[in-house]
Design a protein around this ligand. Structure first.
Ligand code: MTE
Length: 314
């Protein structure tokens, strides 16, 4: 499925040695080679073969539901920077350069600056968590992510008392993202969380799925996963994290605030202005199922919103 044998590899796919060495360095700093789990074949890195990751399984934070087939998770995507139809990202995102990758930390924190993803990953032990993902469009999947809690990373920058929200920004590189030529959204893609949502132990920064590095179409090399909100909150290919005092304006709210609010909690009682949210189609299943409040995570997250009118703050 994801692994190619040497006989399948075209000359055009063979990686330049300098890129290969960079990749070795990444794996080394991420602790993968040390763990002896990464199968790193010379010339294969970055050539469409994703590295296996070393991680522990976090069962307490995982659903026991059957994960969606990997081929469906990686073929049916929303990543508008690569086009608005579901099948374009899998084709067009393959050229995205995801190494080296840096993340800018800005705003209301004691420590800010530009950080190399390798340095970030060196300090974050990875775990697998199987989460439901519910898209606002009415479909859902179950995805075994590999990542680390966002809050663990945010704390290392010592946010100040003015940090009430966190804003996230996706890469906008027109040379590699053909979808940017159409202004379907105001690029770059921006999302935001309230600081307590960002610090919640369920909120994950994912670097992989099904035990391997994230495919580009799923948001490589670093994407957010907020399992109780509609999928559009789970911003992909993050290049900037900014602590703010004011509520950030997300790309979707900017595009259409009547349809897409800041909180975006999965809520079967609040219909999208153009369709009901009461039911969903699990990808790979025929019959629709009932959508659960907070996507089934109510026990863990409902207290974040106690006292709020969720019809107003949707
Ligand atoms: N992030 C960026 N940068 N651009 C996007 O278009 N789409 C969002 C979200 N993150 C999107 C994004 C939407 S609408 C969904 S449903 C999920 O990504 C889909 O994630 P998946 O393709 O990994 O299933």
């Amino acid at each position: 499925m994801l692994i190619k044998t040497p006989a399948d590899i075209k000359a055009s796919e063979i990686t330049d040695r300098s890129v290969y060495l960079q990749r070795r360095q990444f794996l080394h700093t991420a602790g993968l080679l040390g763990a002896g789990l990464a199968v790193s074949l010379p010339g294969l890195a970055l050539a469409g073969v994703r590295q296996k990751l070393a991680f522990s399984k976090n069962r307490a934070f995982s659903t026991s539901e059957e994960p969606t087939e990997p081929g469906k998770i990686t073929a049916y995507n929303n990543f508008y920077e690569f086009g608005t139809d579901k099948y374009s990202p899998a084709k067009l995102a393959q050229k995205l350069t995801t190494r080296p990758w840096s993340v800018t930390i800005a705003g209301e924190a004691e420590k800010t600056g530009v950080f190399d993803l390798e340095d970030i990953l060196r300090k974050q032990p990875l775990e697998e968590r199987i989460y439901r993902l519910r898209c606002v469009e009415g479909w859902s999947m179950v995805i075994p992510w590999v990542g680390f809690p966002l809050g663990d990373l945010l704390k290392t920058f010592s946010p100040t008392s003015k940090a009430k929200y966190v804003e996230f920004t996706t890469l906008a590189r027109p040379s590699e993202m053909p979808g940017l030529s159409r202004r379907v959204l105001d690029w770059p893609y921006v999302e935001g969380l309230r600081i307590d949502e960002a610090m919640h132990p369920l909120t994950l920064l994912a670097v992989g799925l099904y035990g391997e590095e994230l495919p580009n179409q799923n948001g490589a090399p670093l994407r957010l996963v907020v399992p109780w909100t509609y999928g559009f909150k789970s911003i992909k290919s993050i290049v900037k994290i900014r602590f703010t005092e004011q509520q950030p304006l997300s790309s979707w709210s900017r595009a259409n605030s009547r349809e897409y609010g800041f909180y975006s909690n999965v809520n079967p009682e609040v219909a999208h202005p153009r369709w009901s949210q009461k039911r969903e189609r699990r990808i790979g299943e025929f019959l629709k199922r009932r959508t659960l409040m907070f996507n089934g995570y109510a026990e863990q997250v409902a207290s974040l919103y106690s006292g709020m009118d969720l019809k107003k703050y949707f």
